[in-house]
Design a protein. Structure first.
Length: 377
């Protein structure tokens, strides 16, 4: 039975309709269950996504957005569309996540006279250190820092998923008032939906990610191919979709890796079957807010190999529920993965430790209650 709308009206703004449903669906449910009204905005809702969100009690508003483009006119068009939406539906709170909704949502909310809150779910490619940045990257980073500084000046609170992101955000000048910064344990994970399942008999490895260089796809592929030569009976799979933008992995590279033995079935809307068929989860990302796929693997009882980088390192207690390796180091990744191949007795106890950590730290209901408290619901 749906609660009556006697509470506040929250507008949740994201940059992906699929992510809004998949990652924020439990938050939408919890806000509605607390008696509040919620509207959501993102670009490109498919009919199925719209129906699913409406079934959760959300009012759905489609607003076009170029997620990775650098066209100022398109961004301003998006900002004014958000402002018109806010004037029309008059929410009491605006909650945004990802860079463009954070920046332009804060601007629109300020002009509409509505309190706004931003969730920084990762600093993204422009803030990922990889040696001396190019001139273009320096310019884009400076522009993004300036836009973020102006946006966060308008926010009531800025929510981070790990302390490194918070500290670097302040260091880059994106947040002038450190007192606005709040920490939560990622987006949370639904422990019932991603239930623990039995391990397969033989060691096998899985990576789930957008096919970006900064996710460590290249290092994973190189490690998998090297290990296939030594252990031809071990299975290595990567699941994900090709993203737009300059950081995407070239399709020709993926074709070459597949020819060398990497399994790439394409993207999957539900990764649980793939996770059930894997014994170890791998994410060699250069940086995350809190990696969603790692939480899914932990909830399903899988040990994790990930990088000793912001966002990733919080999810693994090295040697307890998996291993931490340096970013951009395929050799170190080979060594960590081979430990599970040579000693498969490590897998079950480390998988149990992952499940316990997910239950104790990342359960979605507890995380959502933190978010709702931060935004004064």
């Amino acid at each position: 039975m749906m609660q009556s709308d006697c509470g506040n009206h929250v507008l949740l703004i994201g940059s992906s309709s699929a992510a809004l449903l998949g990652f924020r669906g439990p938050l939408i449910q919890d806000i509605r269950a607390a008696g509040h009204r919620i509207s959501v905005s993102a670009p490109g809702f498919l009919p199925k996504e719209r129906r699913s969100l409406e079934a959760l009690g959300a009012e759905v508003h489609n607003i076009a957005l170029s997620r990775t483009g650098l066209n100022p006119l398109a961004d301003l068009t998006y900002a004014y569309a958000l402002l018109r939406l806010m004037h029309r539906i008059r929410p009491d709170r605006v909650l945004t996540y990802t860079i463009k909704p954070n920046v332009w949502g804060a601007w629109a909310a300020a002009h509409a006279g509505i309190p706004s809150y931003a969730m920084v779910t990762g600093l993204g490619y422009m803030f990922t250190e990889a040696g001396p940045p190019s001139a273009k990257k320096r310019i884009v980073r400076a522009a993004a820092s300036l836009l973020y500084a102006r946006a966060t000046a308008r926010n009531c609170r800025v929510i981070f998923q790990n302390p490194d992101d918070r500290d670097d955000f302040i260091r880059f000048g994106c947040l002038q008032d450190a007192g606005k910064a709040m920490l939560i344990n990622g987006s949370g994970i639904d422990m019932a939906h991603y239930a623990r399942v039995p391990l397969p008999e033989k060691p096998s490895f899985l990576m789930v990610a957008r096919l970006l260089n900064s996710k460590g796809v290249r290092e994973y592929a190189e490690a998998a191919i090297a290990l296939r030569r030594r252990h031809p009976d071990v299975h290595f799979r990567v699941v994900g979709y090709f993203d737009e933008g300059h950081d995407t992995v070239p399709r020709a590279d993926m074709e070459a890796w597949v020819a060398a033995g990497l399994d790439y079935p394409g993207p999957m809307s539900d990764i649980r079957p793939a996770m059930a068929n894997a014994s170890v989860y791998v994410l060699p990302s250069y940086r995350e807010g809190t990696p969603r796929s790692v939480l899914e693997a932990m909830a399903m009882g899988r040990p994790v190999i990930t990088t000793d980088t912001p966002g990733c390192r919080e999810t693994v207690r090295d040697g307890e529920n998996g291993f931490l390796v340096p970013a951009r180091d395929a050799g170190a990744l080979v060594d960590a993965m081979e430990r599970f191949i040579l000693d498969p007795a490590l897998i079950e106890p480390m998988g149990l430790a992952s499940w316990c950590l997910a239950r104790d730290r990342y359960e979605v209901g507890a995380v959502n209650r933190e978010i709702m408290q931060i935004i004064d619901l």
